[in-house]
Design a protein around this ligand. Structure first.
Ligand SMILES: Nc1ncnc2c1ncn2[C@@H]1O[C@H](COP(=O)(O)OP(=O)(O)OP(=O)(O)O)[C@@H](O)[C@H]1O
Ligand SMILES: [Mg+2]
Length: 167
């Protein structure tokens, strides 16, 4: 049987409650490949980390992430901003892209170092990128200050096939 390509795209408001939406959406998207429980957990964690980063760091929307649920800052803007998640399945490889048009990252290399965080006040541990790297097979981060950030991740699903079929 010819393996079919599948694409999906989801755009949502940059608010904490939509992190769950992104997790469930990517899980549902890969479900036809019969992922293992571990694969599913890895993918959902990696996607959560990228989406949380877009919400908290990209747009500075920290409601729902604060201690005891209290807001340390209020959203003083018309709209929280949008996060765009694109997923693609082809030849048993999942590609996920998480994009925001938030403040961007000054030094991507530094930001990706384990334990580096610019929000210790929120008790972030600086492990988001490290988890994405550990749980996925490939991680690419593209960012520009004032423009936004794009995180691209890939994972080979154990159910394969990873070699493109000859039609
Ligand atoms: N989408 C983004 N927009 C702007 N800055 C970002 C974005 N994603 C990450 N960063 C920057 O990179 C740093 C490291 O991100 P990382 O996810 O590894 O750690 P963290 O979010 O600070 O902590 P944790 O993920 O453990 O809660 C962040 O503190 C932030 O400064
Ligand atoms: Mg993070």
């Amino acid at each position: 049987m010819k393996e079919m390509k599948n694409d999906m795209e989801l755009t949502f408001d940059a608010i904490s409650s939509n992190e769950g939406l992104a997790r469930v959406a990517v899980a549902a998207f890969v479900s036809r490949l019969n992922p293992t429980i571990e694969e599913l957990a890895d993918i959902k964690t990696a996607v959560s980390e990228a989406v949380t980063n877009a919400i908290i760091h990209g747009y500075g929307n920290i409601q729902g992430y604060c201690k005891h649920g209290e807001a340390l800052e209020t959203i003083d803007k018309e709209s929280p901003g949008k996060v765009r998640m694109k997923c693609q399945l082809e030849h048993g490889v999942l590609k996920v892209m998480v994009e925001d048009q938030g403040r961007g990252i000054e030094n991507v290399e530094k930001a990706m170092e384990p334990l580096f965080t610019t929000r210790p006040d929120l008790e972030r541990s600086g492990m988001g990128f490290a988890f994405m790297e550990a749980f996925m097979d490939d991680l690419q981060v593209e960012s520009a200050p004032g423009v936004g950030t794009i995180v691209r991740m890939q994972k080979k699903m154990t159910s394969g096939p990873w070699i493109p079929s000859e039609e």
